[in-house]
Design a protein around this ligand. Structure first.
Ligand code: X2X
Length: 336
């Protein structure tokens, strides 16, 4: 009887505290931020930078706590967006690839050989197409704040140099994200298999898969060369932007001042990380080559054979992404 009564009081106390904190959103508040990669990588550093800037400027009112390695979704990175939308995660610095199963518009960035260089990335994310992508995210219950960059993705494998689609023939390639990746690698004659980053590393080590695709920073930091990936082809087949975002209900409980703070610091952290990622590319490539990895660069003609081989993917996916979005991106790319 006494126990029941005191438990009742405790419950009332907890509920009261929750109500109080919701009512006075200006009081100290901690938000969880999910990332796939840790601070050993530029991606994790982007989230840490965001947290640092918020810490510095909020006088302890607002804290971002970063949870790396997809731990808030038990390693299943393609569930990150759903978890953020449902409020299981407050915020994230996430990849367009990992969120594309829930936000089909994000497949724009995964269209093979569509966004060829950094100027094209900036023209797309910084213009009308970028706004359309942000609207698509917001319409699904998540507030996007800023862009970052995981980088241009390059393909590696353990068998031999890749300079033509034929060289991918039958190779088991680990991919992640939406079915678009299956289509791209099938079109190239490879044998793609979808798995999380957590599962990818053991699969490369045991030889269960022959190859993978990731930006140079990931190849370098994760020491992909040590798991048998001795051949790397620079083909810039897609760029993988990162997006800083917050759950909509959480956003609405923040004061206007806190919202401005979160947005400004996300923009700053994103610009900082994008510039750093790009600056480090050449030294990373040199480090990878020094470890004995064979690096293949494509001639214009070789590049074109990959573009031609994946044309069907563009045709199948442009309508799913939205023709008007693809057109806006194309216009931005042409005008860069
Ligand atoms: O899983 C990957 O390949 C990674 C780490 O690049 C992403 O999360 C998209």
């Amino acid at each position: 009887m006494t126990l029941t009564r005191s438990m009742g009081r405790l419950t009332v106390g907890l509920v009261g505290a929750a109500l109080l904190s919701a009512a006075f959103s200006a009081q100290a508040r901690e938000l969880s931020v999910s990332t796939v990669l840790s601070e050993a990588f530029p991606w994790g550093q982007a989230a840490e930078k965001w947290a640092e800037l918020v810490e510095e400027r909020s006088d302890g009112e607002l804290t971002l706590r970063v949870y790396p390695n997809s731990q808030l979704v038990s390693g299943d990175q393609t569930r990150e967006f759903s978890a953020m939308r449902s409020g299981l995660i407050d915020a994230a610095v996430g990849s367009t690839i990992n969120w594309s199963p829930q936000v089909p518009e994000l497949n724009l960035f995964s269209l093979p050989f569509f966004i060829p260089d950094e100027a094209a990335v900036d023209a797309v994310t910084g213009g009308e197409a970028g706004e359309m992508v942000f609207e698509a995210i917001e319409s699904r219950g998540v507030i996007p704040l800023a862009w970052g960059e995981n980088g241009f993705r390059q393909v590696s494998n353990s068998r031999g140099p890749i300079a033509a689609p034929d060289d991918l023939d039958g190779l088991k390639i680990r991919v992640v994200g939406s079915p678009l990746f299956q289509d791209t690698f099938n079109a190239l004659g490879a044998d793609p298999t979808q798995m999380s980053w957590t599962d990818a590393q053991p699969a490369l080590t045991t030889g269960a898969v022959d190859g993978q695709e990731n930006p140079l920073s990931v190849f370098d930091v994760a020491r992909i060369d040590q798991v048998g990936q001795q051949h790397l082809t620079l083909w810039n087949y897609m760029n993988d932007p990162l997006i800083f975002a917050v759950n909509q209900q959480v956003w609405q409980t923040l004061s206007e001042e806190q919202q401005t703070l979160l947005r400004e610091t996300a923009l700053e952290a994103g610009e900082w990380e994008t510039a750093m990622t790009r600056e480090q590319e050449s030294e990373r490539l040199a480090a990878i080559q020094e470890r004995g990895v064979t690096v293949t660069e494509l001639t214009d003609e070789q590049y074109q054979t990959f573009v031609d081989a994946t044309q069907s993917v563009y045709e199948k996916w442009a309508p799913r992404i939205g023709e008007s979005l693809v057109e806006a991106a194309q216009t931005a790319i042409d005008g860069r």
